[in-house]
Write a protein that binds this ligand. Structure first.
Ligand code: BG6
Length: 467
């Protein structure tokens, strides 16, 4: 395409502490909710027994190998790395009086390394984890006390790293508590709606408080939210399908609406009434919520359809988002429907709604890669996926949407969040480790590594138009 992305556009990849670092109890780290899910996959708390295998205990050993990995990211031309801080490295129990210095020192070293390579960090405060102690003793985010523990953590890291980290996100996919309450909020899967929405409310207040702290402590920083952009289309153009789609999309839009506008949208009044939910929202909460984010960030993997017809709804996919399949789209090996044009649509839609800059902080294809006879992964399918999505990002920018950057998910193979598989690979860099934890952990660039490198260098000039 003749279009080139703006010079200021940030290019890179996104990782999460619990999916890459390993070292799950090293240097004083406490256990987190992610360490006690079944082998690390989505689900409920399982008591850990000595000798239990959990793939995330080592993950890809980024904890020790970050210099090598960051050097590889730099070779690809990354100008940005999205990463998260493990809250339980800094406050092992969540409610400790003092932070764990060894945990703080670890991220100092990671940021040193990024600085060495001129890579801008984009830091998520909480990516699918919280100190386990807070889930066990306080029922996770169901307790208002957790707001205080989180703000203490946020303040600690803002003060420690604020001189060098200028881009922040509060909670990863803050809407995930709707689908995976333990992962999102440390709640049991069968929690009632009252508890779930009260926990969500506490998290939204904590997010706004962190935004305020960031604005006060690091005035030249920008802080955003992060939502799982699970957009639905109407299954047909029947007006009832249109309304159903509107209502269902508001389930995830509610989060961004509050974080970007500073108050609950009026449509939630009816929704809460229908669910029999009565939230405790104090006057102080209302004041706190008024502190709004500077930009919107989101993950984008798939779209789906909604329908007012109960028979159609029965066909909804069994994956966590309960979407009806779109007959015009193909799906990945894990049934996630691939929709590059939907990304252009979503960028325009969100920009129209909020008029704030947008950042695509996750997008990518999970696939089973195979090494060829030379030991290389020829992942043309991944190149095609990324090409098609980035092409549509370019279209959206030309539509007038302000896009700050793009960090593809898992630039290096990592442990899957939903399934705990290593074999669901997203990376430009292959990691020698299988689902049983066997392998040397050696890193090796895939074909897509060189494609992404060229793409960044040419600022998207070599992206192919859709056929
Ligand atoms: C996002 C999460 O939902 O999707 C990531 O923020 C996750 O943590 C990614 O890894 C891809 O999902 P999965 O299940 O393929 O790892």
């Amino acid at each position: 395409m003749s279009f080139q992305f703006p010079e200021s556009f940030l290019w890179g990849g996104a990782i999460a502490a619990n999916q890459v670092e390993g070292a799950h109890i090293t240097d004083g780290k406490g256990l987190s909710t992610s360490d006690v899910q079944p082998n690390g996959a989505f689900g409920e708390l399982v008591e850990r027994q000595d000798g239990d295998f959990n793939i995330k205990d080592v993950a890809i050993d980024f904890y020790h190998r970050y210099p090598e990995d960051i050097a590889l990211f730099s070779e690809m031309g990354f100008t940005c790395l999205r990463l998260s801080i493990a809250w339980s490295r800094i406050f092992p129990n969540g409610n400790d009086a003092e932070p764990n210095e060894a945990g703080l020192a670890y991220y100092d070293k990671v940021f040193d390394e990024l600085e060495k390579h001129n890579i801008t960090p984009l830091v998520t405060l909480s990516h699918y984890e919280m100190p386990l102690n807070l889930a066990q003793k306080y029922q996770g985010w169901a307790s208002r006390d957790v707001i205080g523990f989180f703000t203490q953590y946020a303040e600690t890291v803002f003060k420690r790293y604020g001189h060098r980290v200028k881009r922040w996100l509060t909670f990863n996919e803050i809407n995930v508590t709707l689908h995976e309450p333990f992962t999102g909020s440390g709640l049991p899967r069968d929690c009632d709606e009252q508890t779930r929405f009260q926990a969500i409310h506490h998290q939204l207040v904590a997010s706004a408080k962190a935004v305020k702290l960031c604005h006060d402590l690091i005035p030249d920083a920008k802080i955003g939210n992060m939502i799982l952009g699970a957009m639905l289309y109407p299954r047909t153009c029947h007006p009832n399908d249109m309304v159903k789609t509107l209502v269902q999309n508001r389930e995830w839009l509610m989060f961004g609406d509050i974080q970007a506008r500073g108050y609950y949208p009026s449509y939630m009044t009816r929704k809460f009434k229908e669910m029999g939910v009565e939230l405790t929202i104090t006057e102080a909460d209302k004041e706190d919520l008024k502190e709004t984010i500077d930009f919107i960030s989101f993950s984008y993997y798939m779209t789906g359809c909604a329908s007012a017809d109960p028979q159609e709804m029965e066909k909804a996919d069994a994956n966590m988002l309960q979407m009806i399949a779109n007959p015009y789209l193909q799906a990945s090996e894990w049934g996630w429907q691939i929709d590059p044009v939907g990304l252009r649509y979503l960028l325009n839609f969100l920009y129209d709604r909020y008029q704030k800059p947008l950042f695509i902080v996750e997008n990518g294809l999970g696939a089973k890669d195979v090494l060829n006879d030379e030991g290389v992964v020829e992942d043309d399918y991944r190149i095609a996926y990324l090409n098609d999505h980035l092409y549509q990002v370019g279209e959206a920018i030309q539509d007038g949407v302000e896009v700050m950057g793009y960090t593809s998910w898992g630039p290096i193979d990592l442990v899957s969040a939903s399934t705990a598989q290593m074999s669901k690979r997203y990376g430009f860099i292959y990691v020698d480790r299988n689902d049983q934890g066997e392998g040397s952990l050696a890193r090796k660039p895939k074909k897509s590594f060189y494609w992404y490198k060229d793409m960044i260098q040419s600022r998207g000039a070599n992206l192919a138009a859709p056929e």
